[in-house]
Design a protein around this ligand. Structure first.
Ligand code: NAD
Ligand code: WQD
Length: 334
């Protein structure tokens, strides 16, 4: 394999994947417009692995700029992370989401084709399962999609299935991530809690740092053992390793294949809070709040396909996720 292009590679999942790929000796090129990340991530990735990825600050929907990246490098595979991902914002500004996420994948696929690049790994989401019954297997019929963000992921998947049928020599791997949390063990990279995410871990970190007064637990009356909602939290470093397995799979196989990247184990919001407090030896100010609109009670992955076909399995537990999240969070607010 020559070079791997990571679109959105300075973002949360992209930066951890860059670290994993560089550690395995792969040559990494990153293209990111820094709309939701910082250029300092490149320095930090270099500090962790002793190798610096090539970096292009470009909007990947700009075809001319993206072509330049392919012209100046020898890219044999793309992992396409670049997308807007804030669910609430996608409800307020659907066109922004459709324009960026759909234009983004189309531009990348067109430029790849023009350059004879045949391997593509896509960041999809467990959100495409909607309100289907758990555990979600890759064969579970996709459920009712709750928001425009989720619909962009579903549409991108459909684009890939159509393109795979038309290009039998190519390989398209769709990865449906569950709930990534945690940070690299170095505490040099992680999900930046200052970016105003609605996700639970950035809010746990903000509450622990005293920046947010209280953490709201959205819903205590779900039909789950403790009444709070259940999710399949996955350590970001396990998720990053999953991308390496997907790349290897794409090298050896053609067609379009979907894999869940989760742990197969659900944890409730209250369990996550308990773990965070215990492993970090702190107490959070918590309030019980009504359910958040659009949330499902429970989601977790069936993981056997990824284990069997990719030879990949998540190794780290929620204690590890909570410990590394706060180690990183403390660094951010030092
Ligand atoms: P992130 O926002 O941290 O990273 C995405 C990166 O893409 C950012 O650095 C942003 O600047 C960049 N970007 C966005 N639009 C761009 C464009 N037009 N041109 C160039 N760069 C652009 O998000 P993340 O959590 O790392 O997510 C990565 C991918 O995984 C996304 O596609 C997201 O939808 C998907 N995903 C994320 C989660 C999650 O919980 N974090 C779950 C499932 C799927
Ligand atoms: C987890 C649980 C909340 C914040 C979202 C996207 C999904 C995917 C991953 C990209 C829920 C509860 C949260 C808080 C809380 N992203 N919660 N207090 O909703 O499972 O998935 O991120 O693809 O598409 O929808 O993740 O972290 O927002 O919430 O109680 O302050 O934590 O209600 O039960 P979610 P999340």
């Amino acid at each position: 394999m020559s070079q791997v292009l990571l679109t959105g590679g300075t973002g949360y999942i992209g930066s951890h994947t860059a670290v994993e790929l560089l550690k395995q000796g792969l040559d990494v090129v990153i293209a990111d417009d820094l709309s939701n990340s910082s250029a300092s991530v490149i320095d930090r990735v270099e500090m962790i692995c002793g190798k610096r990825p090539a970096f292009y600050e470009i909007d990947i929907t700009d075809k001319k700029e993206l072509k330049r990246v392919f012209d100046e490098n020898d890219i044999s595979a793309v992992i396409h992370f670049a997308a807007k991902k804030a669910v609430g914002e996608s409800v307020r500004l659907p066109l922004k989401y459709y324009r960026n996420n759909i234009d983004g994948i189309l531009t990348v696929l067109e430029v790849m084709k023009e350059h004879g690049c045949r391997r593509f790994v896509f960041s999809s989401s467990a959100t495409v399962y909607g309100d289907s019954p758990v555990p979600f297997t890759e064969g579970t019929p996709l459920g009712k999609l709750a928001n425009p963000y989720g619909r962009t992921k579903y549409m991108c998947e459909e684009i890939l299935r159509d393109e795979a049928a038309a290009e039998p020599e190519c390989s398209f791997v769709i990865l449906r991530y569950f709930n990534p949390i945690g940070a690299d063990a170095s505490a040099l990279i992680g999900e930046d809690p200052r970016r105003g995410s609605a996700n639970i871990m950035p809010n746990l970190v903000l509450t622990a740092a005293g920046i947010k007064e209280k953490l709201s637990v959205f819903g205590t009356d779900y039909p789950t053992p403790d009444g709070s909602a259940v999710r399949d939290y996955i350590h970001i470093s396990d998720l990053a390793e999953g991308h390496l397995a997907a790349l290897r799979y794409a090298e050896e196989n053609r067609g379009c294949e979907v894999f869940n990247l989760g742990t197969g184990r659900g944890s409730s919001v209250l369990e996550l809070i308990e773990s965070f407090e215990r492993v970090n030896d702190l107490k959070l100010n918590v309030e019980y709040a009504p359910r958040r609109e659009g949330d499902v009670p429970e989601m977790y992955a069936a993981t056997d396909k990824a284990e069997r076909v990719l030879g990949w399995k998540a190794k780290r537990g929620i204690d590890d996720m909570c410990r590394s999240s706060w180690l990183w969070g403390r660094e951010v607010f030092k």
